[in-house]
Write a new protein. Sequence first.
Length: 407
Amino acid sequence: MALNTPGLLSKFYISFWIPTAVLSAALVIKLPSIVRLWRDPLLRAVGGLLLFACAVFVFASPNTIAWTNRVTGVPNISAPWVYSLLTALCACWLLLIVAWRNGRSDRSAETRRVTRWVVSVYAGVVVTLWVLFALADAPVERLRDLDTYYATTPFMREEILLYLVAHTVACSITARLIWNWIRTDGLDAWLRWGLRLLGLGYATNLFFDAAKLTAVVARWTGHDLDWLSTDVAPAGACVSASLVAVGFIVPHAGQYLHERWHVRLRHRELRPLYRLMRTVTGEREPFAPHAPAELRLIRRETFVRDALLQLSRHLDEDLRERSYEAALTLGFEPGRAKALAAAVTLLDAAGGERLPRPDGAASPSGPGTTYLLQEIQAVSRALRRPDDITAVRALAAAPPESVPAHE
């Protein structure tokens, strides 16, 4: 049985409202930064890009096309309107690349010249689109297949070709420069993933152009490949727009989630030290279950440091030094050895079993709280390994002649 490709593809039509929703979410996420730093050309270009992208999909929807034509009373006036929005979107792509390439603070003559050139060229394209539509004869309303239906109509033919060429040029340049950006060193991981999605999105946009141009050229040569324009191209545009929107979302959302996870992890890692300090002070940190994670972390850190200051006069510096040497002897790396030594000293000062001092000293040698106050996370992690602490305590309590020298 023969496979009906156009009919099959039409069943997988992707609603234009899906990429519109994703693009709107990206715009909402970026909007606070755009408003706050409006003078930044990079953010202005991003804002314009997302705004025009949303507008393209809103006004390119068949229902909106029919509404626009009906309200204005001009058949197919949606065509130059949607083409103009798409051309403005192309200009924003190029302005974004110009702003990124030359840096946020660059105000050189070259940057201004390139910016003016992009704006002038694409503004000229928009004006030409409307002039061509005014000269064309397009009385039959077409909601989905206008590009192929009027592909051989004078002036409409040139209009369709003009917007496709302008879109292809902008998309090719943007995709190429973004992929070059990805290969640069020093990029944040979330930014790199966002750029990969952006690059993939712009590359997918080229399939939209290829499908449209192929269908139009087929009409010029007397063939019918309209399904490429009505089914393949819109689906590619929806996928491309979604990838671009997610590409803008990923760096911000990823960084936000990473920071939230890091805050919660630090709060949880402080639990062993917090419990130990609670036994010392007999108090608890302020309980606020609905407080932001950052505030709860600050309160826990403050509580722990305040308790450490109260305990400072009971810390045995000599014990800490012996425990550090014992930890090194047991094979722990220096950073871990310091944390274990501090943990042993804290447990001793908090009222645990007092270790005998080989020199018979009757009092601690000094407070030594600087390391504790600076590295409370490392000390708290050390408290999670009681077996390591027990081993260090045992070796630190042994007579000096029974402890092997640490090299």
